[in-house]
Design a protein around this ligand. Sequence first.
Ligand code: GAR
Length: 200
Amino acid sequence: MANHKTRLAVFCSGTGSNFQSLFHAIEERRLPAEFALCLSNRSECGAIVFARQHGIPAIHLSEKQYETHEAFSSAMLKTLEEHDVDYILLAGYLRKVPETVVDAYTYRILNIHPALLPDFGGEGMYGINVHKAVLEAGCKESGATVHYVDPEYDKGPVLLQKKVPVMPDDTPESLAARVLECEHKLYPDALEKLLVGNES
Ligand code: GAR
């Protein structure tokens, strides 16, 4: 259909700097996509504030609000359907996506991970923990990975990956900052690859 924009849901738990870089890239690169909603497990966080400021429906959805996991996953699925979502982008979402949602959106969920998967992925590997583990292992390089989400943590096929050097005097924080800067280009590149088949 002409002029159809792919409707994206972004799932976040924190600052939302990746969400912001995606939002700006869609405008700057004129990508045929729009944010249908921003969902967070936290009622207040940077991502939710940014969504509200930009007229994107901001939805707080947490498992704690529901008596059962099934009720929570049904509510998530209903929200996605109500907003006519085509793709889900996980951007610093520090919760596991319910299996029923992963099944309903097979190969339509992307995640960004702050390391070179398959290394330094899996349960507990998020945020600063990842960078601590990379430094403890004595790696000379790290990076970021955008991959499709399947029911196993950080195991889905890789869409795009980029390396950054690890410096001898790096702390987990300095490495995190270098990787995050790399993420801010990598995620828009991956989205562009997904939507229009090329990378800039
Ligand atoms: C990013 O570094 C992202 O890769 C990481 O959380 C940060 C979120 O930052 N995600 C994970 O560790 C997932 N396993 P942001 O809220 O500023 O985009």
